[in-house]
Design a protein around this ligand. Structure first.
Ligand code: TRP
Length: 340
C-alpha cells in the first residue's frame, strides 16, 4: 500500500466503478480511500458505463437511473465535486478514441492471459451469457484507456483489480517505447481492505441478496444482521461461542470499537447471539446514518446532473489535451497542425 502523503502528494489519480446497482458496505473501504485521496491530489472518478455494457450487452438496461444512483452513493460517502471530477465515462468520447488508438499496439495474447478473462467467460457462460465478444476481451484495455487518458500516476482499487493495472503498465511502456514518453506508469493503490462476507457467509454480492447497501435504513440493517450466520455450536444462549467462525463477529471486528469485550462475552457464553446482533446493528447504523443524511441533501432534483456536467467538463479538458499528445506522438495530428 502506498498512501503516504508525501509520495502521494498532488498526483493525478483516476478510478472508476461500473453502474450496476446500489453499492454495498463491501465497497466502503475503497470509497473511503478515494475520499481521503481527494484532499491532496487531482482526482478523476469515472462512472464506467461502457464497462457495464461489456457484460450486460444483451440485457435491457436503463443506465440513467443506475448512473444517478451510483453518483448519489459516491456523494453520500463524501466524494466532493469541488475537489474531484466526478463524471460518466461515455460522456467523454475521448475514452473510446484512446481505446481505439491503444488497440493498435495491444497484442491479443496480453488480453487473453488476464486472469479474470477466461474465468469470467466460464462462470457467466455457465449461466447462459456468451462473452466471446471483442468488447469483453477489450475490457482491461478500455480500463487502461481510462487511466491513461488522465495520465494518472495512481489508481486506488480493490486488490482484484491489480492484474488490470499491471496490464495498463505494460501498455504504457509499449506506447512510450514506440512513440516517445507520453504516459506515466500508474501505480495501483490498494488500501487495507478487510474481507467482508455477505450475511450468509458467502461473498457479499447484490445478486446473492446477502449484502448490506450503503443506503440501508436502520430497519434494513437490523433485518440483514438478523440473518447473519452464527457459530453453529451455540444453541442455547449460555453455550460457549467461537467468534472466529461467526459472521457477526467478522463485522464486529470492523464496526465495533470494543470488539474485545464482545469476543470475551461470546467465548464465555455471557452474551447471547440476539443481543450480540442488536449491538452490531447499532454500530453499523452509526457508520451509515451520516451517509444517509448526506444523500438526502444530494437528492434534490437537478443536483446530481449538475455535478456530472461539471465533472465532465473538467475531465474533457484533460482528455482533449492527452489525445492531442497521442495524435502528435503517433504522427496523426489534428486539424490546425497538418503542416503546410
Ligand atoms: N474494472 C473496474 C472494476 O470492476 C472498474 C474500472 C473501469 C476501473 N475502469 C477503471 C477501475 C479505471 C479503476 C480505473 O472495479
Amino acid at each position: 500500500m502506498n498512501t503516504e502523503n508525501k509520495e502521494a502528494a498532488s498526483q493525478r489519480i483516476l478510478s472508476g466503478m461500473r453502474p450496476t446497482g446500489l453499492l454495498h458496505i463491501g465497497h466502503l473501504s475503497v470509497l473511503q480511500n478515494w475520499v481521503r485521496l481527494q484532499d491532496e491530489n487531482k482526482c478523476y472518478f469515472a462512472i464506467v458505463d461502457w464497462h457495464a455494457l461489456t457484460t450486460a450487452y444483451d440485457e435491457k438496461v436503463e443506465y440513467g437511473e443506475l448512473v444517478r444512483n451510483i453518483a448519489l452513493d459516491w456523494l453520500s460517502v463524501g466524494l466532493d465535486p469541488e475537489k474531484s471530477a466526478i463524471f460518466v465515462q461515455s460522456h467523454v468520447s475521448e475514452h473510446a478514441e484512446l481505446y481505439l488508438a491503444l488497440s493498435m499496439i495491444t497484442p491479443l495474447s496480453w488480453l487473453e492471459r488476464v486472469p479474470s478473462y477466461k474465468a469470467q467467460i466460464q462462470q457467466l457462460g455457465a449461466v447462459g451469457k456468451d462473452l466471446h465478444t471483442l468488447g469483453f476481451l477489450g475490457y482491461p484495455l478500455l480500463q487502461a484507456a481510462d487511466i491513461m487518458l488522465y495520465k494518472a500516476h495512481a489508481v486506488p482499487v480493490g486488490e482484484d483489480q491489480l492484474p488490470h493495472i499491471e496490464l495498463c503498465r505494460e501498455i504504457v511502456r509499449r506506447f512510450n517505447h514506440l512513440y516517445g514518453e507520453v504516459f506515466p506508469e500508474p501505480q495501483g493503490l490498494v488500501g487495507k481492505v478487510p474481507f467482508l462476507p455477505g450475511v450468509d457467509g458467502r461473498k457479499m454480492s447484490k445478486s446473492y441478496n446477502n449484502a448490506i447497501a450503503i443506503t440501508a435504513s436502520q430497519e434494513e440493517i437490523r433485518q440483514q444482521v438478523r440473518k447473519m450466520v452464527t457459530d453453529p455450536a451455540r444453541i442455547r444462549k449460555d453455550d460457549l461461542g467461537h467468534p472466529e467462525v461467526c459472521v457477526v463477529f467478522r463485522f464486529h471486528q470492523i464496526y465495533t470499537p470494543d470488539v474485545g469485550r464482545i469476543e470475551e462475552e461470546c467465548q464465555s457464553g455471557s452474551i447471547g447471539c440476539v443481543a450480540c446482533k442488536t449491538y452490531l446493528a447499532e454500530n453499523l447504523d452509526k457508520v451509515l446514518a451520516p451517509y444517509r443524511e448526506r444523500r438526502l441533501a444530494w437528492e434534490e432534483p437537478g443536483l446530481v446532473e449538475k455535478v456530472l456536467k461539471r465533472g465532465e467538463q473538467r475531465a474533457r479538458h484533460m482528455a482533449e489535451e492527452t489525445l492531442e499528445d497521442v495524435r502528435k506522438a503517433i504522427g496523426m495530428p489534428g486539424m490546425g497542425s497538418l503542416g503546410s
